[in-house]
Design a binder for this molecule. Structure first.
Ligand SMILES: [Zn+2]
Length: 296
């Protein structure tokens, strides 16, 4: 194999900012430890709402320049996390943000949700076969919380992982590669509840209201969690990366809000469910390393 670092982690996300909210601490930790960390973002997040009033003119119903602006925010966030390899699926702007489920933007020609999975998959297969990740992180089948682009990112990631390993599939995209472990982003309900209790004790921080547990993606019973990554040492990096997504995220200490202005806790420990591959921890115990049990 080419000169690749021994450990290689691929993350597939829907919009700029999802990576920092879900995996910011994990990404910073593995980047700092010398692993190859590759982020693939499927859209530019063109349909996001804009929080800072002085940037409201970028919005899709005004100048429609939010996408290119968020490319810059993502680059700044990756600098905070120490991640140098971040790409857009098919190149920047190939697939467009589809907006929330049910809006007319879902049916636009370039909308990611309106794209045949088979048309998007080859771009990711090519990346998988060139960087040969042992670990893939993406969303669960519901996209964590039902956003169409998150559901589609899940479908494309899972299908690409399957086809990248298939000998007969598109040999022009590189030699077959099988990913050893696939994880979905998760959050144990008990941890989410504790986080909201902290936020209530802080009087809702600087925000006019508090979000609901159902607003947090990937919440499940703790028994479904296979892996927890303690990113405490990288909490400040994660917070700085979230702050870099200034059109989308408002940070106040250990709390943040999206464009609905409802406070949520920031979590330094990030949780995962192993869905493909062998667990690297004894039965009944959680892994503390995504690469546990993987031969370098
Ligand atoms: Zn998103």
């Amino acid at each position: 194999m080419k000169d690749l670092p021994a450990r290689r982690l691929l993350l597939v996300h829907a919009h700029p900012d999802d990576e920092s909210i879900n995996n910011g601490a994990t990404m910073a930790l593995y980047a700092a430890s010398g692993a190859q960390v590759t982020l693939v973002t499927c859209t530019l997040g063109e349909e996001g709402e804009v929080i800072p009033p002085d940037l409201a003119h970028l919005a899709p119903d005004r100048e429609d320049r939010l996408g290119p602006h968020r490319v810059g925010e993502l680059a700044a966030a990756m600098k905070e996390l120490g991640v140098t390899d971040h790409r857009f699926l098919g190149g920047p702007g190939r697939f467009r943000d589809s907006g929330m489920m049910g809006v007319p933007q879902n049916r636009r020609r370039r909308a990611f949700w309106n794209t045949d999975v088979d048309d998007a998959v080859p771009y990711l297969v090519e990346i998988i076969r060139s960087m040969c990740p042992q670990v893939l992180v993406t969303y669960d089948p519901g996209g964590g919380y039902g956003h169409p682009d998150h559901i589609q990112a899940h479908r494309v990631a899972m299908r690409a992982a399957e086809l990248a390993a298939e000998r007969a599939f598109r040999r022009d995209l590189g030699a077959p590669h099988a990913i050893a472990k696939i994880y979905w982003n998760r959050m144990p309900r008990s941890v989410a509840e504790e986080g909201f209790a902290r936020l209530r004790a802080a009087g809702g921080a600087d925000f006019p209201g508090i979000a609901e547990i159902d607003d947090i993606p990937g919440v499940v019973d703790a028994s479904e969690i296979t892996t927890e990554i303690d990113g405490t040492a990288y909490a400040e990096r994660k917070t700085a990366a979230m702050r870099a997504h200034a059109t989308q995220i408002d940070v106040d200490g250990p709390f943040f809000a999206l464009s609905n202005h409802l406070g949520q806790p920031i979590f330094a420990t990030e949780y995962y469910q192993l869905v493909r591959g062998e667990p690297g921890a004894p039965p009944g115990e959680r892994e503390h390393d995504l690469f546990a049990g993987v031969a370098a």
